[in-house]
Write a protein that binds this ligand. Structure first.
Ligand code: GDP
Length: 363
């Protein structure tokens, strides 16, 4: 095309023929290819060898939403199952700020003082963030995170509590097969997640703080009833007396509770995670608990109960997610919901119709 600027009258500017565009990406950049997935056999072999990289990859598969990953994960879990079970599973809960991370850091070092391995897992269904979420974040456990015997894994990313909890439960199997003989499962003490944690651990530790007013206010009775031990943190400096007072209050409150299924009487201790005071005493209590429940057979019984619980939990969760993730069902539900809200249809008829459609066409 003729450009007016190329006229000899026009000085100072010429338009040249176009040149080839340089590539917009850096030609020297070597694209890294994703490492191919190891086979089930390789993963199982790696895990049993205690290979942390392999363990992490398998846990990532457990957490993945992709159906083929889930399939692989299930095969790995199945093969690891015979090598699992040989650990102490300890649940740790407390409200945000109770000192869970600080405490897990020192409890962890205490547990690892004579060797062994410790996996710290978390259940935090409320977390909006995914990776490196509030719970399990390595930076919160400074000393443990550099310890060669510790494996710290953040909570599976947000989802239904049942789903998040099941993944953690499956991760426990993998960690145990990899030789982790101590498992901590951490959760925020607000909401339903304690029940989920309680159903996968042998000992449930509740971290409390000495408050200002009535100590027992606002503490959910259900959580206290699940606890095998209550520990009052931050018993240091001028807080010691208040912590002792809280201890006495908790002790008398526990006396009003019905006897526990294990026959163990939950104990109440004070300690300071930050100043590392009273840590051996807390652990001595936990040791005594394990001796007690292994001795009276409750340990085995509870684990079997838990296995049954997880079978039904898994069935419930799978049925529910299949159902609600079905696009046709989803649109049917939208219609029926509107009908129910407008009083055009009763909730029971609406539910029956949708379910019948599902059973007829999808089962
Ligand atoms: P989390 O939210 O339950 O994980 O609690 P953190 O471990 O993050 O602790 C919350 C705050 O309490 C931090 O500022 C800690 O330094 C502080 N803290 C934790 N343990 C103690 C303790 O034993 N004594 C005192 N005085 N402060 C503590």
């Amino acid at each position: 095309m003729e450009h007016p600027e190329n006229d000899s009258q026009y000085i100072g500017l010429t338009v040249n023929e176009g040149v080839a565009q340089p590539p917009i990406t850096n030609p020297y950049l070597v694209r890294r290819r994703r490492k191919p997935l190891p086979t089930v056999g390789e993963m199982v072999e790696g895990i049993l060898r205690g290979d942390v990289t392999m363990l992490s990859r398998a846990v990532t598969l457990v957490e993945s939403l992709a159906p083929d990953h889930q399939q692989l994960a299930q095969e790995v879990i199945e093969k690891c199952l015979p090598y699992s079970g040989n650990s102490r599973r300890i649940g740790i809960t407390g409200v945000p700020g109770a000192g869970k991370s600080t405490s897990i850091d020192v409890f962890g070092l205490h547990v690892l003082r004579d060797g062994g391995r410790l996996a710290v897992l978390a259940i935090d269904p409320s977390s909006e963030r995914t990776r490196g979420s509030i719970l399990g974040d390595k930076t919160r456990m400074e000393k443990l995170s550099t310890h060669p015997g510790a494996f710290i894994r953040p909570s599976p990313s947000a989802g239904s509590l049942g789903g998040v909890a099941r993944k953690t439960r499956e991760t426990i199997v993998l960690c145990e097969a990899a030789g982790y003989n101590n498992i901590f499962v951490e959760t925020v003490g607000v909401g339903q997640s304690e029940t989920a944690v309680h159903s996968m651990v042998d000992f449930f530790l509740l971290i409390q703080l000495a408050g200002t007013g009535d100590e027992l206010q606002g503490i959910k009775r259900g959580i206290m009833e699940m606890a095998d031990g209550i520990v009052i943190n931050k018993a240091d400096g001028d807080n010691v007396d208040r912590a002792r007072l809280a201890q006495a209050q908790f002790r008398s409150a526990l006396r009003l509770f019905p006897p526990t299924a294990s026959g163990w009487s939950p104990e109440v201790l004070t300690y300071s995670g930050y100043f590392e005071l009273g840590i051996p005493e807390v652990w001595d209590m936990i040791d005594r608990y394990f001796d007690f429940v292994i001795g009276n057979g409750y340990f085995e019984r509870r684990r079997r109960e838990q296995a049954r619980y997880w079978m039904y939990e898994t069935i419930d969760e799978k049925l529910r997610s299949r159902f609600y993730n079905d696009p046709e069902i989803a649109s049917m539900l939208t219609d029926r919901e509107a009908a129910v809200l407008d009083n055009r249809q009763s909730s029971f008829i609406a539910a029956r119709d949708v379910l019948e459609y599902y059973f007829r066409n999808r089962m």
